[in-house]
Write a protein that binds this ligand. Structure first.
Ligand SMILES: [Fe+2]
Ligand SMILES: [Fe+2]
Length: 170
């Protein structure tokens, strides 16, 4: 069963982090437009699902229980990444800046993941010191992930929606 794959919500989110890091490094070493596009789209779908799981389930459960700044910054960082995710999904390897966009997205995510996983000060470490039921959150996220994966299969996820940053009209 999928449930036994991760001991709790934090283990599940960390496994996602490792997976996406691996995809970014595969992209760096990839050659051929088809392969690059396939990896970039996989990265974007992984990130869309991961940010939705965190924003719909994990972050709200920590509201009022960990430092407010930690959560606020995480939401803003997610919104920053969504701009590039949507841009990359809308484009292709022939576009100017395509590789640069994927590379910079990887750097943004690397920074964000560090903030989540940092020892003692990081979000996950703070979460461990609360009374939040991390096993229950894992189960909620696993169920939601199944729905989102089904959506990916049946036509794809809609563009990522900003949560706290207001998009400016052109
Ligand atoms: Fe995360
Ligand atoms: Fe996050």
């Amino acid at each position: 069963m999928a449930q036994q794959e991760f001991t709790d919500a934090i283990a599940m989110l960390k496994a996602d982090h490792r997976k996406v890091e691996e995809l970014f490094s595969k992209f760096e070493n990839a050659s051929g437009d088809g392969r690059k596009q396939q990896l970039a789209e996989q990265i974007c779908n992984e990130l869309k699902i991961h940010t939705m799981l965190e924003e719909e389930i994990f972050y709200p459960a920590l509201e009022g229980k960990i430092e407010e700044d930690t959560l606020s910054e995480a939401y803003v960082e997610h919104d920053g990444a969504k701009v590039l995710v949507n841009d990359i999904m809308a484009g292709g390897p022939d576009d100017d800046y395509y590789d640069a966009k994927v590379k910079v997205l990887g750097e943004e995510i690397e920074h964000h993941v560090k903030e989540e996983e940092a020892p003692s000060e990081g979000m996950f470490s703070q979460a461990r010191d609360t009374d939040v039921d991390l096993v229950e959150l894992r189960d909620q996220m696993l169920a939601r992930r199944e729905e989102l994966l089904a959506q990916v299969e049946s036509g794809g996820l809609p563009p990522a929606q900003p949560t706290v940053v207001t998009p400016q009209a052109a």
